[in-house]
Design a protein around this ligand. Sequence first.
Ligand SMILES: Nc1nc2c(c(=O)[nH]1)N[C@H]1C(S)=C(S)[C@@H](COP(=O)(O)OP(=O)(O)OC[C@H]3O[C@@H](n4cnc5c(=O)[nH]c(N)nc54)[C@H](O)[C@@H]3O)O[C@H]1N2
Ligand SMILES: Nc1nc2c(c(=O)[nH]1)N[C@H]1C(S)=C(S)[C@@H](COP(=O)(O)OP(=O)(O)OC[C@H]3O[C@@H](n4cnc5c(=O)[nH]c(N)nc54)[C@H](O)[C@@H]3O)O[C@H]1N2
Ligand code: SF4
Ligand SMILES: [Mo]
Length: 900
Amino acid sequence: MVRSVASVCCYCGTGCGVLVEAGGDRVLAVRGDPDHPSSRGALCSKGRALADTVRRDEARVLRAQWRPKRGRQLQPLQLPDALDMAADRLADTLARHGPDAIGFYLSGQLLTEDYAAFNKLARALVGTNHIDTNSRLCMSSAVTGYKQTLGADAPPACYEDLDLADTVLIAGSNMAYAHPVLFRRLEAARALRPEMKVVVVDPRRTDTAAMADLHLAIAPGTDVALFHAMLNVMVWDGLVDADYMERHTTGFAGLKARIHEFTPRAAQDVCGVPAQDIIQAARWFGQSRAALSLYTMGLNQSSSGTAKNAALIHLHLATGQIGRPGAGPFSLTGQPNAMGGREAGGMATLLPGHRDPSDPAHRAEVAALWGVDALPVEPGLPAVAMFDAVLEGRIKVLWIAATNPAQSMPDQARVRAALEKAEFVIVQEAFAGTETLAYADLVLPAATWPEKDGTVTNSERRISRVRAAVPPPGDALPDWRLACEVARRLAARVAPEKAALFSYVGESEIFAEHARMTAGRDLDYSALDYAVLEAMGPRQWPYRPNGDSVARLYADGRFATQDGRARFVDVPYVPVAEPVSAQYPLRLTTGRLRDHWHTMARTGLSLGLTRHVEEPWLSLNPSDMTRMGLASGTLARIRSRRGGVVLPVRDDASVRPGHAFLPMHWGGAFMAGQGVNALTNPVCDPQSHQPELKHAAVAVAAAGLPWQAMGWVAGDAAQLRRRLAAWLEFSDYVVVLPSAVGGGGVRLRLAAPSSPDSSVLAALARDLGVEAPGIVFDDPARGVLRRVALTDGRPSAFLLAGDSRAHEALMAWADGGPAPASAAALLMGREAAGARARTVCVCAGVSDQAILAGIAEGLDLDGLKQSLSCGTGCGSCLPEIRSMIVRSAAGELRERQPAA
Ligand SMILES: Nc1nc2c(c(=O)[nH]1)N[C@H]1C(S)=C(S)[C@@H](COP(=O)(O)OP(=O)(O)OC[C@H]3O[C@@H](n4cnc5c(=O)[nH]c(N)nc54)[C@H](O)[C@@H]3O)O[C@H]1N2
Ligand SMILES: Nc1nc2c(c(=O)[nH]1)N[C@H]1C(S)=C(S)[C@@H](COP(=O)(O)OP(=O)(O)OC[C@H]3O[C@@H](n4cnc5c(=O)[nH]c(N)nc54)[C@H](O)[C@@H]3O)O[C@H]1N2
Ligand code: SF4
Ligand SMILES: [Mo]
């Protein structure tokens, strides 16, 4: 019997509805849910590939595990024993060191019910406010920005505003990659109303920027100067709404003097974009009937993230562009439940129902609602400071759930030192092989999507039900249940009267308790429960008992402040924390790719998704490459003041001279060293405590690793990655990557200063399964191995050590290309092969080469769609295809000549 279960995609904060088709314990297919009001059936490439990522095997954490001693392997443990072990350690730490020796580090990927359970455990039972999440790396500047200006942490707009806006200001957001379904909606609106103006503020010319009428490629970190200058122009041109400001805002007088300094000329010098463009952006915004801003990490992940948010919101307050259809400052959330986590108060600086832990009245309210005497007073530590406290020995037990800090936190050397220093680390994980698991003393097996029930809130304040479609594998349990099981055991040891606080029978009971805590607050959805969600479908907050959702906030000009007025805040422009210098001359920024999700535990399991970008590299402007004498593909050592990584460099005209870009996805589980965040700066915004993940000063130089080997082997990527993982220690440059080539397998690349001795080469050949292969052209005297194992006449594994000229040709053959006329000529690199094509359209499997060939024939977008079917599925590739058309016309891209 096939069931169809309505749920929500587990990736980004767009929160697309999905229908999961399942039979028994298997997921058969995942489709877009046409009835979900936020997405109306649409899914991007990641959502479409969800069925490929549902696993019940060794790719998952199936059992509890513990590490008897640091440095030893994890060992399996019965789940009840693991829960007792957690409770024992927590009780013991409480007795010896008190509640603030325990910290919880959670995730915006937890469901609201998980958050509610953990929050109660931390604050009402353990008695600490040390509960923070990866949302600190993500949304916390949006929270402080909204609270400072509008009085509450509430995005005032909704997705329909994308259809209705006349001017759209996209700031620090690469929506084309990170919120593709919303970007599709914007493209559709613009196709209907070509007069719509789109301005993109991003140092890089992303696929999002490529669709803009105006791209402001500002220097990193200079957004405040830009927004102040835009406001300056609006004041000067009389585009502000003095009446609105007079009736609904305060504080403009205090900001005026500062705005005065930021003339377009002054901002041109700071931001590095023409004054004329700044004036143009301000006029479009100010003259527009409806102006909408969409913004994300380019603003938030900054040492002045709060100021960037406030300065952008000022533009809306000054022009009255808020609370109306098509208008408003709309912060897009990153993770699927970043919003729900904020509502449940699952961060050090928040309490349930958008309350504040530093407010005694709020603490008393929450204590009463939970039925405990009091909540802890001592402030909780935000993420970066929490890991510092672990390193300094103040926090001794750290419980990590649904996040992978040994990859995603800035300044990995420090984070990893902290994890080593901790007395006891609990890691609650769903997928095997993550970087953080290497530091676990106790592993709790978590259920994950689509095995969990609960709710999430998306960017437009819409609460949807997440529904389980299959049972969890092995001993895995939903996160809230693991939290409650440990909580009850801990209560039995330290406060038996509190055990009842955690005796929920199911998710709906937790949600009901949580929803009640929102009564009378700005987000009030106390009238909402699972029955209402079942009957009415996803609802937005605030939710009125009569069944009305509120689509737009502040329509009446009354804000969530004491006096009902929104506030202008006099925010200074402060440059990035780490200026470039002679020693570290390049500005590094980091961010996302279209088809991967964060640290790739899940997207790394979908072969289709690995095709778009197959490996990590550093993007540099071609002029910098020439200046440094680096050819595309050269291995380079990238260093910051904190650490380094070795990766290939590639020329990329979307990056400005003096700038560099590295994707955030690949960490120590896929490459030698500690990944991208070995480089990043842990300096934080003083108000939001969000780290500056978007900027670090770096140096780049050729790595000097001339000996290289490349291998590939077909088979199950999760198993093969485990088999090859030890090679990650081999040198400063090693990557072990899932590969879609030949129906799936793993790719290995490594490099060394000189040829390793023959025993190392023999071990490499053994691990890749090419000890006695079908084709051999070795040259042992020169440390060269060239071997291909064949199955049914096609490569099933190969190794090219010391001479990898044949790599692309072999990959093409393994991937279904024609067999070479002469294997010898191929392996000796004499059979020239055109560079292998890269997949642009995952749905229809169309390569960049095919698209460029089409463009060369004169096809436009519609022609390409018709003749190649590219871009006719989820549409995630459309921005890239459009940008290829533009860049080909500009002579930047050319079809590569086919192999001679
Ligand atoms: N495919 C995919 N989608 C995702 C995710 C994913 O991992 N993969 N993750 C989700 C999550 S959790 C998040 S938080 C969102 C993030 O979504 P986005 O914020 O859109 O993604 P990023 O690539 O991190 O950063 C956006 C842009 O900020 C620019 N930028 C850097 N510095 C500055 C600056 O100083 N000013 C300005 N204006 N821009 C700057 C970068 O060049 C980059 O293009 O994506 C969500 N969606
Ligand atoms: N350099 C750089 N670093 C960044 C960023 C950047 O732009 N640049 N962005 C930052 C941002 S915005 C974010 S949001 C973070 C994201 O960083 P992380 O949160 O560390 O990234 P994920 O890979 O999503 O980690 C989620 C983990 O939870 C596991 N998991 C999945 N489902 C479940 C479940 O249901 N229960 C449990 N218990 N576990 C589960 C996954 O296997 C995975 O290991 O990265 C931050 N780090
Ligand atoms: S846009 Fe893509 S990743 Fe985001 S929720 Fe929708 S389908 Fe999932
Ligand atoms: Mo995020």
